[in-house]
Write a protein that binds this ligand. Structure first.
Ligand SMILES: Cc1cc2nc3c(=O)[nH]c(=O)nc-3n(C[C@H](O)[C@H](O)[C@H](O)COP(=O)(O)OP(=O)(O)OC[C@H]3O[C@@H](n4cnc5c(N)ncnc54)[C@H](O)[C@@H]3O)c2cc1C
Length: 400
């Protein structure tokens, strides 16, 4: 067992940390308050190689391992959750899924420009009536010669108003839709420029305000059958495979958020004095900071283990889910305590911890709610749930 990062992984950590501190940290407060997604961040992330970080060089990526992906996400969310969300939907849910499940033609047409940062991609599963209950989605894909016609509406989609390409899930078998049989779901690549596609931003959101979240509508959108990902009926497996990749990035990012809470709280605890001493001298304040530290260390080990398993080419849905569940719940706790350590000042946007608090809640909801993860982990322990290798897997790192 080796707990040391490689030189390459350290370089990723250092370069993302320096970029975030220099380019984003000074502006994030204003972007967040203005509810403003800054598109200029995307070419900068592309220039750092982040948008295709774990995509092999032959498909336009940086060819780095999955631990490097996790470390980049930790560093990005240390600055702001909105940056890590870009990685989750683009680099995780979309690119890694195309890498495993896409045809060579799809990789050439979509994965290469996405990994190079020329196109941005996201993931469209959730609908107004269905999030956790994937079988409840209503979007349909009707086969019509050499194309499918997609009709439906997706909401709560990160980068909905920004992305060029969308990995969309829809029922291609309407009998199975009626029976709620997930083998009737298929996955498609939909381009924004396809006629019948429209999108919008959700303005009422109260967290991740520097990020873009929205909806898109598909009105008889014609999708060529070459854009079917996997085989007809493999959509549910592909949606779950994608979540394995997205959850890994969320776990790593939430770990960075815990560290941000710990650091902000430590700084404040040494500045603020009550009853004649720094508040860091009070045992109950120490307890909150100690909890942040233990949560940070444990969350980091859990996501690094999942990244290590990914590098070995092993399916690690169980380990990734545990890392995501633990880190997100712990980040919500850390953010609540970071506000508490700051007292009334924590209740003001003058300090970053209020933003951490708002941002932390989202990750306890998306990519499997806290409750869904609890049930999953209990089912693994009880033996009700066992993971089997899927037809397509991520390539190991280094390539065998
Ligand atoms: C900021 C943000 C960004 C997002 N980005 C994306 C995206 O890019 N793409 C995308 O497809 N989706 C995205 N989502 C949607 C997200 O994945 C869903 O919100 C999530 O899956 C939960 O679904 P829901 O909101 O419909 O809640 P519901 O499924 O309706 O759940 C409501 C409550 O019931 C509980 N519950 C439901 N079923 C069970 C059960 N079986 N057992 C116990 N408790 C249960 C849940 O835990 C929750 O507390 C995003 C959401 C947010 C907030």
């Amino acid at each position: 067992m080796d707990f040391e990062l490689s030189d390459e992984q350290r370089l990723v950590e250092q370069s993302v940390r320096e970029w975030g501190a220099r380019e984003v940290a000074p502006r994030i407060h204003d972007l967040d308050r203005a509810h403003q997604f800054d598109p200029a961040i995307l070419p900068q992330m592309a220039a750092l190689g982040l948008l295709g970080i774990s995509v092999p060089a032959q498909y336009g990526g940086a060819g780095m391992d999955y631990i490097s992906l996790g470390i980049a996400c930790e560093e990005l969310e240390y600055v702001d959750t909105s940056l890590r969300v870009i990685m989750s939907v683009h680099a995780g849910l979309n690119c890694l899924t195309l890498l495993a499940w896409g045809t060579e033609d799809q990789k050439r047409r979509y994965l290469v420009p996405q990994a190079q940062g020329q196109q941005v991609a996201t993931y469209g599963l959730t609908e107004p009536a269905a999030g956790s209950d994937v079988r409840g989605i209503q979007t349909v894909a009707v086969k019509d010669g050499a194309r499918y016609r997609l009709t439906g509406e997706k909401m709560w989609i990160s980068l909905a108003d920004v992305a060029d390409n969308f990995l969309v899930f829809a029922w291609s078998d309407l009998d199975k839709k009626r029976q709620r049989d997930p083998s009737g779901l298929s996955a498609f690549i939909v381009e924004r420029r396809f006629p019948g596609f429209s999108s919008g931003t959700m303005k009422e959101k109260w967290g991740i305000l520097a990020g873009n979240t929205g909806f898109f509508k598909l009105d008889e959108v014609e999708v060529p059958e070459e854009n079917l990902v996997g085989r007809p009926g493999e959509g549910f497996k592909i949606a779950m495979f994608a979540l394995d990749q997205g959850r890994y990035t969320v776990a790593a990012g939430a770990t960075g958020l815990i560290r941000a809470c710990r650091d902000a709280s430590t700084k404040y605890a040494k500045e603020r004095r009550t009853f004649g001493v720094e508040i860091g001298q009070h045992q109950l304040v120490k307890e909150m900071i100690a909890q942040m530290e233990s949560d940070y260390q444990a969350a980091r080990l859990l996501y690094l283990r999942a990244g290590w398993l990914k590098n070995r080419g092993e399916r690690c849905t169980r380990e990734t889910g545990l890392a995501k569940w633990f880190a997100t719940v712990a980040s919500e706790r850390a953010a609540g305590d970071a506000v508490q350590v700051h007292g009334a000042n924590g209740y003001s946007d003058e300090y970053p911890v209020g933003r951490f608090y708002r941002n932390s809640k989202g990750a306890v909801i998306y990519e499997g709610t806290r409750e869904i993860h609890k049930v999953m982990q209990a089912d693994y322990v009880l033996g009700y749930r066992v993971d089997r290798a899927t037809r397509c897997q991520l390539p190991p790192y280094p390539a065998k």
